[in-house]
Design a protein around this ligand. Structure first.
Ligand code: VG1
Ligand code: CO
Length: 548
């Protein structure tokens, strides 16, 4: 090797037993990732699972949380040592998850690595995470994540270049061993993509006419994107974007844009000072929260409304090929797809399951009840995109969020929906709860709980219609004769204990009954969910820790 080149080191290591990726990559306490070799083992396991990347491009960025900068340097040096030709990294080591997806696609990269634990808290006592995305810009499918895990169980060494750290703060190119490192503006490619999809002029005109927005970036990665797009490009007034500076610990907050962690936005929206639209995104910028004046929009309803109105938006004028939603997401979007006469697909939880459908052109828009929505413009969910969809639709329809929601319910009926999370319960109890439910499943059809009669009950399995792969045990579904549903599953993103998620849905076609308070409207189903699963008995909890 040329003596002026940094040396490639082969470092001996031992496997860690806990590196199986979950719903969205590997997530652990930051302190776990800080152990010597922990991150490097996983990164080498990624590279060792891939073939044919020599000389090709890798995109790299993260949500800026604590440990991001150190982790970026490790990945850079390992990617160079493993033979990538060029590594494209966001300035400061920053790329939102949807922006990373956009850059992978625009640069025709071999793949990308995103450093994030998404909506989980950050900081020395918080969480860290890493995931690999393939050349379509989307999260690696299970076949790859399982291969990565298999490598991590037997790893003996990893390759890394011994070199000084790369300057991440100055855009431009540097050499790292045989590889080129290109530091790019994290916003530019993404902004261009948004301009191609939305009628920025119509949205800007709406702001000039006095429309008001409050977007909370939650001290996370979307700050720079939201400032550039909403304030600078679209003319939303100064102060429309709050908590815009990405902080390593998200200001000590939980960067999850839901009614618990962004309650101040709900309070604002319900007050006399409410702007026309309140919105927020999460740690890595792929989730969205939408609240109009006095009108919260559930993510499931938002997906349905975006699908029903997409033809009003420049990038979707030709109509939608189809819609997909994760299984626990309410069936509001199904009603829209039926009316439009387009395909509707139900997938397991996690964005990786939408990739094949999007690549094959079967669907244009996808969404999850956990505040994720996006389209075929990237292969990740996209928080800022969802807000722009709403802004564009509002600019065209010239109605309030509340009017649009209520007219939608009047036309399609209302799917009352809520998720009850029991966080950090003991894993043994959670597993016993699921095991006992599974045992009961065959005998449930035909049984009744008061007025509720069970029509069918199963453990959801997904047969991917594109590649034929099968994913089993993706959530327990209880389906009632009146169209109501209860779904139980364990979270795959938590980092301590287990989190039980109970998803509850009830369909109400009658407009005279569209004004009920959600928890009240679902009360009998909630009681039934407790009875069926004996949540109190298995978890010791009398009520959920988070209701969304
Ligand atoms: C949760 C959500 C799921 C989402 C995933 C990643 O997974 O339920 O819908 O895709 O988080 O979102 P789980 O396994 O904890 O239920 V993000 O914004 O954390 O990348
Ligand atoms: Co996220």
């Amino acid at each position: 090797m040329n003596a002026s080149f940094p040396q490639i080191q082969t470092v001996a290591t031992k496997p860690f037993a806990d590196q199986r990726p979950g719903t969205s990559g590997l997530r652990k306490k930051t302190t776990v990732f800080q152990q010597p070799h922990y991150l490097a083992n996983f990164v080498q396991s990624i590279f060792s699972s891939l073939e044919g990347f020599e000389g090709k491009k890798l995109v790299l960025g993260g949500d800026g949380r604590f440990f991001n900068r150190e982790a970026i340097q490790i990945v850079l040096k390992m990617a160079a040592a493993n033979g990538f030709g060029e590594i494209i990294v966001g300035r400061g080591g920053i790329l939102s998850t949807p922006a990373a997806s956009a850059v992978i696609r625009a640069e025709k990269a071999f793949g990308g690595i995103v450093l994030s634990a998404s909506h989980n808290p950050g900081g020395p006592d918080g969480d860290f995470g890493i995931k690999y995305n393939i050349s379509n810009g989307g999260p690696a499918p299970e076949k790859i994540t399982e291969a990565i895990f298999a490598h991590s169980e037997t790893i003996e060494s990893y390759k890394i270049i011994e070199a000084t750290n790369v300057d991440l703060d100055t855009p431009g190119e540097t050499q790292l061993g045989a590889a080129k490192v290109r530091v790019v503006d994290p916003v530019a490619i993404y902004l261009e993509l948004m301009e191609s999809l939305f009628d920025f002029e119509a949205i800007a005109a709406m702001f000039r006419d006095g429309f008001t927005l409050k977007f909370d970036a939650m001290s996370a990665v979307t700050g720079p994107y939201a400032k550039a797009i909403f304030e600078e490009r679209l003319g939303a007034g100064p102060g429309s974007v709050i908590n815009a500076e990405p902080l390593e610990d998200f200001g000590g907050h939980h960067p999850d844009p839901n009614l618990v962690h962004a309650k101040h936005l709900l309070d604002l929206a319900m007050s006399a000072q409410s702007p026309d639209l309140c919105a927020a995104s999460d740690g890595d910028g792929d989730r969205n929260l939408i609240i109009g004046r006095s009108q919260f929009v559930t993510p499931s309803d938002s997906l349905a409304i975006l699908a029903a109105n997409a033809h009003l938006v420049k990038g979707y004028r030709a109509g939608l090929a189809g819609v997909a939603r994760s299984m626990p997401t309410s069936r509001a979007a199904d009603l829209v797809a039926k009316k439009l006469g387009i395909g509707m697909y139900e997938t397991p939880t996690g964005w990786k399951f939408f990739g094949n459908l999007l690549d094959a052109g079967r669907v244009t828009i996808c969404g999850e009840e956990s505040a994720g929505a996006s389209s075929n413009h990237v292969r990740e969910k996209d928080g800022v995109w969802a807000v722009l969809m709403w802004l564009n639709i509002l600019a065209v329809r010239k109605q309030s969020v509340a009017d649009i929601v209520r007219l939608h319910w009047a036309e399609y009926g209302r799917n009352y929906y809520s998720r009850h999370d029991y966080e950090e319960v003991a894993s043994d109890g959670a597993n016993a709860l699921v095991a006992s439910l599974r045992e009961k499943l065959p005998g449930l059809a035909g049984t009744s709980f008061g007025a509720l009669k069970i029509e069918a009950a199963d453990d959801f399995a997904y047969n991917d219609p594109i590649d034929g792969s099968v994913s089993k045990q993706q959530g327990i579904r209880i389906l009632f004769t009146d169209g109501s549903r209860i779904v139980y599953r364990l979270s795959g993103t938590g980092t301590s204990g287990a989190t039980l998620r109970v998803y509850i849905e009830r369909y109400e076609p009658d407009p005279a009954k569209h004004d009920l308070e959600t928890q009240g409207a679902l009360a009998d189903l909630v009681a039934c969910a407790e009875k069926l699963a004996e949540i109190r008995h298995h978890t010791g909890r009398t009520e959920p820790s988070v209701i969304t």
